[in-house]
Design a protein around this ligand. Sequence first.
Ligand code: T5A
Length: 222
Amino acid sequence: MAGKFITFEGGEGAGKSTQAALLKKRLGGMGIGVLLTREPGGSLGAEIIRHVLLSGAAKRFGPNAEALLFAAARADHLDTVIRPALQAGQWVICDRFLDSTRAYQGIVGKVDLAFIKGLEKLTVGASKPDLTFILDLPAEIGLARAHARRGDGATDRFETEDLAYHRALNAAFRAIASEEKQRCVLIDAKEPQERVAAEILQIVCKRLHPETAPLTVEDIAR
Ligand code: T5A
């Protein structure tokens, strides 16, 4: 039986990596085999493209070229990592996926959305996520969290954009969540991380693993 595909999306520092790792741990504890991966990257070829993108080396070629590079990385990641794992029955949790391209390059970067959808069709095709969590957090809080986590480390290509850019990104992600209610769930990421994790696990169980006894957020957080 094919595995389930879950993605985490949202602005900078919203807690995607934290929640992806917590969900992997919780599902593992339920006996489900889980592959945790990320974008851009997650495969050998895609990690090389990640470096080109996040170092800012591709910025001078403009958002269309960046969208093409994200799509090329995604194609390799899907072909060599995600689809084989799903076919083998593993669940796949991916930290960022197609909605990041829609939000960063499409809605905020002003790349033609028909072009973005064309790239999606070519690379993702039928391999859309079963469930996407969009972590919603005011940009100021997210950037402060990302800054605190980074310490003295260098900022990447997108973190260096101004506050207005990051607010626009949050609005873009909220718009995506309301356009695709079947697939996307908007999560209030201001709550403490264990509380957010409990809400996410409850939704995963209800939608993708209904054989689990119904759980309240309080049961899980306990
Ligand atoms: N990109 C990516 C595109 O433009 N297009 C695309 O198609 C794709 C796929 C990737 C960059 O590439 C862009 C978007 C990005 O700019 P990245 O280095 O992979 O960059 O990192 P991001 O995905 O941006 O990760 P973030 O820096 O945004 O962080 P996360 O994963 O959202 O947050 P996380 O979990 O690391 O948490 C940040 C800090 O907050 C704490 C954590 O402990 C950590 O210290 N934290 C909390 N604190 C309080 N309360 C909570 N509930 C907390 N949850 C976490």
